[in-house]
Design a protein around this ligand. Structure first.
Ligand SMILES: C[S@@+](CC[C@H](N)C(=O)[O-])C[C@H]1O[C@@H](n2cnc3c(N)ncnc32)[C@H](O)[C@@H]1O
Length: 222
C-alpha cells in the first residue's frame, strides 16, 4: 500500500462516513447509472484498459451496472473488449441495469462452480492469448474474496491485472470492526501466488478504495 499522509487518510475517513450516512460521497453516476467508486479508481481503470487492451473484463458485483457501463464505455472508445458482470441480484435489478452490446450481466454467485465455468469457457473461446482483466467487487468478506481469487486469478495473463476492491475496510483506514476482508484475503493469497505482485503505481493518486488491491501478474521470465 502506498504511504498515505494524514490528509489522505482524513479524506478517506470523511468520504466513508458520508457514504455510510447516505450523503452519496462516492455514489457516482456514469451516463445515468450508479456506481460506487472513487473517481480516481475509475481513471485508473481507464489507464489500465488503454494500456492492456483486455479482450475480456470480468467484474464480480454489478450493483446497478454503472461500473460495468464505465468499463464498456472505455472499451468502446478504444474499439476492443467485452465485459462480463456477475451479481447474485442481477435478475431482480434487471430493470435498472444498462443495456450495452459489450456487456453481459450474469445472475448468480461469483463463486458458484457453474458461474466460474461459464466465465472460463467465455475466456477460452477468445483464444489462449486473450488478455483478461478481473475486478473483484462483490461480497468483501475474507472467505468469499479468497474463493474468487482462486477461481479467477488463472484467467490473468502475464502483465495483466487482478483487482481486489474495497481493501480500505477493517481499519485500513475505515470500518475497523468489519472483520477480515479483502486486504486479509490478499495477504493470504500473495505468498501462495508469487506470480502476482501489488502494483503501487496504481495507487499513485493516493485516494483509492483499493489499497494494496491492484495486483499485477508478473511478466514471465525471459
Ligand atoms: C459493492 S457492490 C458492487 C459495486 C459495483 N461494482 C460498482 O462499482 O458500482 C457489491 C455487489 O455484490 C453483490 N454480491 C454479494 N454477494 C455476491 C456473490 N456471492 N456473488 C456475486 N455478487 C454478489 C451484491 O448484490 C452487490 O450488488
Amino acid at each position: 500500500m502506498t504511504d498515505r499522509n494524514d490528509a489522505t487518510v482524513q479524506f478517506m475517513r470523511a468520504s466513508f462516513d458520508g457514504f455510510m450516512a447516505g450523503r452519496g460521497t462516492y455514489n457516482l453516476s456514469w451516463l445515468g447509472h450508479e456506481t460506487i467508486k472513487y473517481p480516481t479508481d475509475l481513471i485508473m481503470y481507464q489507464e489500465l484498459i488503454c494500456r492492456r487492451r483486455p479482450a475480456l473484463i470480468v467484474e464480480t458485483g454489478s450493483f446497478k451496472g454503472g461500473s460495468a457501463l464505465f468499463l464498456a464505455s472505455v472499451c468502446d472508445l478504444i474499439g476492443v473488449g467485452e465485459v462480463i458482470s456477475i451479481d447474485v441480484r442481477n435478475d431482480e435489478r434487471r430493470a435498472v441495469l444498462p443495456v450495452h452490446p459489450r456487456i453481459t450481466f450474469l445472475a448468480g454467485s461469483s463463486t458458484a462452480p457453474e458461474m466460474v465455468q461459464a466465465v472460463h469457457d467465455r475466456a477460452a473461446s477468445l483464444g489462449p492469448d486473450a488478455e483478461v482483466m478481473v475486478i473483484l467487487d462483490s461480497d468483501h468478506r475474507l472467505l468469499h474474496v479468497l474463493a474468487e481469487l482462486e477461481a479467477y486469478a488463472g484467467l490473468v495473463r502475464p502483465g495483466g491485472y487482478l483487482i481486489v476492491e474495497d481493501g480500505h475496510v477493517n481499519g485500513r483506514p475505515n470500518w475497523p470492526d468489519y472483520g477480515p476482508g479483502p486486504s486479509e484475503a490478499i495477504a493470504f493469497f500473495l505468498p501462495r501466488h508469487p506470480e502476482f505482485e501489488v502494483d503501487p503505481a496504481c495507487e499513485r493518486f493516493m485516494m483509492t478504495l483499493n489499497p494494496g488491491g491492484y495486483l499485477r501478474r508478473r511478466d514471465d521470465p525471459a
